[in-house]
Design a protein around this ligand. Structure first.
Ligand code: ZN
Length: 510
């Protein structure tokens, strides 16, 4: 066996272990009875320890060095070169993080999460504040260990979005603000009222599932290599391209939640199901830093695909003119007297609200800006944890003109900080930005793409996305994929013109 094969065999074993952890995680969130949580945490801890040991072992080190010698001289674009280089980079970053610090962060997460849940239920931020203070200080230690040039936030960002910096984000946010604040003002003053009351009727779960899943399959989701279940927080997770799980949450008295939730997760699933089969169990389908077996190249890139299918396809006028008939046949009584155009307006209702996960396409990015700016301020010390609720409320007023009635719908609304996941929020807006860039490029490059979407034929779009993005797994960085497929760097312009065009038509000026 040559050196590259031996290295790949070692990394395939590590990928198997990570996929096993993912399966245990899926089970914990979908199937496990509450009594299983303590032993499950122990099992996951044991597996994580085995993976860390294998990654840091002298055997892995030796196999990596031999593989590095063997790929010398190959093109920098070759998958083999990228596998080897990404492993080297990840091992160097992991070596910079003291194991005691990782353990402290995991332990604090398990203590902080229930404290956050209690604080949220009691609407009492001070109950969670001491744990959050510890979390911020450990995260500052982690950032220092990983290393950064301009801002501690950069060290956190690069774990989730390689190549992204706080400076780039600030420029992007400024562009988004200057374009979307006037659009939001226009929408606020528009006489248009979306008929959202039609969603608030009885919609049996089985029919919701049947409709949403039939659309996911039309998009290209392969049920032979995936399945759909229920969970409190919807998510997608894959155990190789051959077994991709999605979940959704049904509310029988509010139609859009599960339907658009499933369109969203289907976008994530399409990414994972269309990775080149030769990358299965390889480093290019493994997030070594996150210790997850995942094929998509970054959080933002993954999110770009869920947003593209959920919003740019699933909330488009074309889509509802094609599929409203099927929905109507599923719920003839509830939708009596409603037509496709009315339904299209209703699913694109824009209304500033307190809750991020319920936000529409226009206001969503403000929720992200607010959180990202506060995370940066916490890490550089310009805002203290004690000042956080007030800082949150002030930004909410500036961006969306709202003041949270209490902290449970304000500073305490998201679980992320209790887990120590500081730095993941901006990847949601990056996803929106990149989705619009890819959607625009696909239209420029695929002749007749708009016509195919008008025929509800999603194959040409999915094929372009597979060729340009999905098949490559984690071989290229987000910046490389953007450059290769769109010819441009990260740029908010396509998102901003998409939103402007769509919502100016839906919300005429007074
Ligand atoms: Zn998502």
């Amino acid at each position: 066996m040559n050196a590259l094969d031996a290295f790949r065999r070692q990394m395939a074993g590590i990928n198997d272990l990570m996929n096993t952890m993912s399966l245990l995680n899926w089970d914990a969130r979908v199937m496990m009875p509450p009594g299983g949580s303590e032993t499950r945490a122990q099992q996951l801890g044991t597996l994580a320890g085995v993976i860390r040991e294998q990654l840091g072992s002298s055997n892995t080190q030796r196999l990596l060095e031999a593989a590095e010698r063997e790929v010398e001289g190959l093109s920098a674009d070759a998958y083999a070169v990228r596998e080897v280089r990404q492993t080297r980079d990840a091992l160097e970053t992991l070596a910079r993080i003291p194991p005691e610090l990782s353990t402290k962060l995991v332990r604090l997460g398990s203590v902080a999460q229930p404290l956050w849940a209690e604080a949220k239920a009691q609407k009492n931020f001070t109950h969670f504040a001491p744990a959050l203070e510890k979390m911020v200080s450990l995260t500052q230690e982690l950032a220092a260990a990983i290393g950064y040039d301009a801002h501690p936030y950069d060290a956190m960002l690069k774990q989730y979005e390689p190549g992204m910096t706080s400076t780039t984000l600030q420029t992007l946010f400024a562009d988004i603000r200057s374009s979307l604040l006037p659009l939001l003002e226009r929408i606020r003053n528009s006489p248009t009222l979306a008929p959202t009351h039609i969603f608030e009727q009885s919609f049996p779960k089985a029919q919701q599932r049947a409709f949403a899943l039939s659309i996911a399959e039309r998009f290209g989701f392969d049920p032979q290599r995936g399945r759909v279940d229920e969970s409190h927080h919807p998510f997608e997770i894959s155990f190789t391209r051959n077994d991709v799980r999605m979940t959704t949450r049904y509310n029988e008295h509010y139609l859009p939640g599960a339907v658009f939730g499933l369109f969203h997760e289907a976008g994530h699933a399409l990414y994972e199901q269309n990775i080149d089969p030769t990358l299965t169990r390889s480093v290019l389908a493994t997030d070594l830093l996150g210790m997850y077996a995942v094929g998509g190249t970054s959080f933002g890139l993954h999110e770009s695909q869920s947003r593209l299918w959920e919003n740019m396809v699933g909330r488009s006028r074309t889509f509802w003119h094609n599929h409203f008939g099927e929905l109507y046949d599923t719920f003839p009584k509830q939708l009596a007297g409603v037509d496709a155009e009315t339904f299209y307006g209703a699913v694109n209702d824009v209304k500033p609200s307190h809750i991020r996960v319920e936000a529409d396409e226009v206001t969503y990015n403000f929720h992200i800006m607010l959180r990202t700016e506060l995370e940066m301020a916490l890490l550089d010390g310009s805002v203290t944890v004690a000042e956080l609720p007030e800082a949150w409320n002030a930004k909410m007023e500036t961006y969306l003109g709202l003041t949270p009635p209490d902290d449970s719908v304000g500073v305490l609304q998201d679980i992320h900080w209790s887990h120590g996941h500081i730095g993941t929020f901006p990847t949601y807006t990056l996803g929106n930005v990149m989705a619009a860039q890819f959607f625009e490029a696909a239209h420029e490059q695929v002749p007749g793409l708009a016509e195919s979407l008008e025929r509800a034929d999603y194959t040409p779009l999915r094929t372009w996305l597979t060729e340009n993005l999905y098949q490559h797994g984690r071989a290229y960085t987000p910046a490389e994929l953007l450059e290769r497929s769109t010819g441009r760097a990260l740029n908010a312009e396509p998102l901003l013109s998409y939103l402007k065009e769509k919502y100016e038509a839906l919300y005429p000026a007074v």
